[in-house]
Every structure is written in structure tokens, then in C-alpha cells.
Design a protein around this ligand. Structure first.
Ligand code: PLP
Length: 453
């Protein structure tokens, strides 16, 4: 590749996602990633970078899986596309739906396919309101979500999400979305007894339901562990409490498993780790390990039976709903996760190993907390050990400063305000986990003067 020419064309013609166009121009074009293998990505300037983010919380089985390319090739040659609009379907999405139903278990036996997590949550938005309409409760329109939640970038996805920067753009949220507190122990419950904080976070949901009027609330949506919001691991009892509140008022519970699904927390799905039973599940990313754009919306039998009780039920979907190539790749990806016992590996091997490695980072003078669950984690950067105080004048900037130092030392991580988040591929070795943690420690040392200045 002519990397200089690609960077020039990048600025001239190619607009990036979730990244400033001005910044792209000011830095002279994006870093061009040209190859990857296992847990390592390679850029066009010859740098090998350990991928602490599994692409974008998605390449769970790691890079370089030839069998996923082969299955895509075979399916493309056999049948690259056919739709599900004409009372038609193709084999792979049917088989994938049955497979997912088995993994989800219980009542979650019906699967609708889309191409992205955002689209899945758009499907949820319309489906839930349609469901309540058919149930004879059309006034149940309101969704309850949490601050700093990320549910996508479409109009419904960004509205359901609780990121204020996403709301400024496009004048969102659309009406009918309420945001309550997130269960962010380190940020909002630092000096509080964890059980009291948990009760307060659950109570905030109930209070909002009562303020809106329970008869108007359609659903609660949440990520089992908030990802883009900063890897927010809820305190013990939180999800059971949320589930109980939803049941008390007959509100649907939606689990956004776009990041947590497919083993990230050491179970196939995050809701299984927390022992709750959602009515609807959104999944994407790890469904195909990012090898193909595909997402799925799992729906309970009760909801589908209600929809099927009328003739004009739910007419919704996309050209690429149930795309045969994407579905074939997803099926094979799940087969790899099963064959290599990667969910067990997260729960019993790399998850605990990662937690121990992170514990060493907790001793660093700039680290206020290092937390993880399964193979997802975060560190909080603080100005003074033993507190959750941030560097004055630089609030929100410590993460990006340390992140850039990490990238310079060969590790891709993401900054979320004053924290760094990690979500590596499940194939990462112990040696690579150690390297990831020592690069972060070195990056903290390197930037400590800048942060204190
Ligand atoms: N939901 C969650 C929890 C996510 O983390 C994301 C993306 O990061 C989305 C939804 C949106 O998915 P997509 O970017 O595929 O539209």
C-alpha cells in the first residue's frame, strides 16, 4: 500500500465514524491498519500493536480465522443474497436463529436479524411500541435507559443511549425516552456502602417509573455491563433489583448484549451471569466476531404470540435482515467459540488471569481503581490515591493522554474520560495480558508529569 497516498485520500474523501472530521484532517489522516493476526494489528507504518479492544469490542475469536473467510466464500458462491420480504428465507439465518435460541434458552426463542447493534435497538424500539399497541395499552410508549448508556448511533439508538454528546447532535433524544442514574460505584457511590448505593440506583428507576406513570412505561433497556460508558460493572444485586422493579410494573426488560454477549462476561450472555430473564435481547459484534456486519434481536414467545394474534402485526426490516453470508459466518464463529471452549476460557482462565494482572495496576499511584468482569475491564486515573478526584483543569483528559502513550508503546486501548477500558480478544495469551498491563503501567509513568502539570 502507498500509505501516504491513502492518508491523503482519507482526508480528501473518507469520513470516519464517531471521530472528529477536523481531528482527522489535523493529524494528516487516520492510522491505516493493514493486517492483523491473533490479538495483534499491524499498521501501514510498520507498527505491530497489541489489540486491547478486540477491534471495537467485537473480534472475540481473534484475527486471521481462515475458516470464516472460507465459509463466506462458499456461501457467496452458493447464494450471496436473498431477502426475507417475499415470504422467502435462506438456510443460514434459519439455522443461526435456531442455534441462538438454544444458547439463549428459556422463552427467548425468536430471532430477528439486522446488520448492526444500532439497527437491533431500532427494531426493539418499534417492536416494543407495536407490542403494547396490540396488547391494548398503546399509551405504554416510554423507554427507561441509563445515563452514559450506549445503544447505537441511529435516531432511536442514540435516543435510548445516555451520552449527552450524542444528544446534542440531531436534537435528541426523541420524545419518550427517560434517563436514570447508572450504577457507577467508583464515580457516584465512592463513599457509600455498596448495598446502599445499589438500592439507590434501583430506587432511581422505580422513582422515574412512578413519576412518568407506570401505565405509560413500555420497557427498560440496559447493558449488563455498560461498555462505552466506561465498563461500568454494577454492584451485586443490581440486576435482580432492576428485574424485580420491571416485573412489579409489568415493564419489558431489554438486555443490550451487543458487547456482553458471546462470552465476554464468562457466560454466553451477560443476563445469564447476572441471573435475570429479559424479554428481549439485542446482540451484534461478537455474534460474528466482527467478520461480517450482523446483529440479532431475540424476542420472547409471549411477545411473538401477541404479535401473531392479529393480521397486521409487525412489518419491519432491512434489505440485509437475515443476510445469508453474514449468518453463515456467524454460525461458524459460534462453532469456533464452542469448539475452542472460549466461554470457559474467559470464565476460568483468562478472566481470572486478567483480574490478577489488573490488581497489580491498582498499586500504581495514578490508579484509583482497576476493575474487571470476565474479559472486560477498566482503570480509573486519579490525581490522588485513595480518592476518586481527577486532575484539576484536565477533567476528562487523563484517559486520552494515557491512551496515546499506550498506543505509542504498542497497545490499542480506549479512553473514556478519565479511565482506560480494555476488551481484548479471547485468544489473548497470558504473556500478552502481562504485556498489556505493563504497557499501561509504563504509559502512566510516562504521562504522570504531564498530568500533574
Ligand atoms: N449497543 C451497545 C451496548 C454497543 O456497545 C454498541 C456499539 O458499540 C451498539 C449498541 C451499537 O452497535 P453498532 O455500532 O453495531 O450499531
Amino acid at each position: 500500500h502507498d500509505i501516504a497516498e491513502l492518508k491523503r485520500l482519507d482526508v480528501a474523501h473518507h469520513l470516519p465514524a464517531q471521530s472528529s472530521y477536523k481531528l482527522q484532517r489535523d493529524i494528516g489522516g487516520s492510522r491505516i491498519i493493514v493486517h492483523a493476526e491473533g490479538s495483534t494489528i499491524f499498521d501501514g507504518d510498520g507498527n505491530a500493536i497489541l489489540d486491547g479492544m478486540a477491534g471495537l469490542w467485537c473480534v472475540d475469536v481473534g484475527y486471521g480465522r481462515a475458516e470464516l473467510a472460507e465459509v463466506a466464500r462458499e456461501q457467496m458462491l452458493e447464494l450471496p443474497f436473498y431477502n426475507t420480504f417475499f415470504r422467502t428465507a435462506t438456510p443460514p439465518p434459519i439455522e443461526l436463529a435456531a442455534k441462538l435460541a438454544g444458547l439463549l434458552g428459556g422463552d427467548l426463542q425468536h430471532i430477528f436479524f439486522n446488520s448492526s447493534g444500532s439497527e437491533s435497538n431500532d427494531t426493539v424500539f418499534r417492536l416494543v411500541r407495536t407490542y403494547w399497541g396490540i396488547k391494548g395499552e398503546p399509551e405504554r410508549k416510554v423507554f427507561i435507559s441509563r445515563r452514559n448508556a450506549y445503544h447505537g448511533s441511529t435516531v432511536a439508538g442514540a435516543s435510548l443511549g445516555g451520552m449527552s454528546y450524542m444528544h446534542v447532535q440531531g436534537d435528541l433524544p426523541i420524545p419518550g425516552v427517560e434517563h436514570v442514574m447508572q450504577p457507577y460505584v467508583f464515580g457516584d457511590g465512592f463513599d457509600e456502602d455498596p448495598a446502599d448505593f445499589c438500592a439507590r440506583a434501583v430506587q432511581d428507576i422505580e422513582d422515574r417509573i412512578l413519576a412518568v406513570g407506570p401505565e405509560k412505561v413500555a420497557a427498560f433497556i440496559g447493558e449488563p455491563v455498560q461498555g462505552a460508558g466506561g465498563v461500568i460493572i454494577p454492584p451485586d444485586g443490581y440486576w435482580k433489583g432492576v428485574e424485580a422493579v420491571c416485573r412489579k410494573y409489568g415493564i419489558l426488560l431489554v438486555s443490550d448484549e451487543v458487547i456482553c454477549g458471546f462470552g465476554r462476561l464468562g457466560e454466553w450472555f451477560g443476563f445469564q451471569h447476572f441471573g435475570i430473564t429479559p424479554d428481549i435481547v439485542s446482540m451484534a459484534k461478537g455474534l460474528s466476531s466482527g467478520y461480517m456486519p450482523i446483529s440479532a434481536t431475540a424476542v420472547s414467545s409471549d411477545i411473538v404470540e401477541t404479535l401473531r394474534s392479529v393480521d397486521d402485526d409487525f412489518v419491519h426490516g432491512y434489505t440485509y435482515s437475515g443476510h445469508p453470508v453474514a449468518a453463515a459466518v456467524a454460525l461458524r464463529n459460534i462453532e469456533i467459540i464452542e469448539r475452542e471452549k472460549l466461554v470457559d476460557r474467559v470464565r476460568d482462565d483468562i478472566g481470572p488471569y486478567f483480574a490478577k494482572a489488573l490488581a497489580k495496576l491498582s498499586d500504581h499511584p495514578l490508579v484509583g481503581e482497576a476493575r474487571s468482569l470476565g474479559f472486560i475491564g477498566a482503570i480509573e486515573i486519579v490525581a490522588r490515591k485513595g480518592t476518586n478526584r481527577r486532575f484539576g483543569g484536565k477533567e476528562g483528559l487523563a484517559g486520552p493522554i494515557v491512551r496515546d502513550a499506550c498506543i505509542g508503546r504498542g497497545l490499542m486501548v480506549r479512553a473514556v474520560r478519565d479511565s482506560l477500558v480494555m476488551c481484548p480478544p479471547y485468544v489473548m495469551t497470558h504473556e500478552e495480558i502481562d504485556r498489556m498491563v505493563s504497557i499501561i503501567a509504563a504509559a502512566l509513568d510516562e504521562t504522570s508529569e504531564t498530568l500533574r502539570a
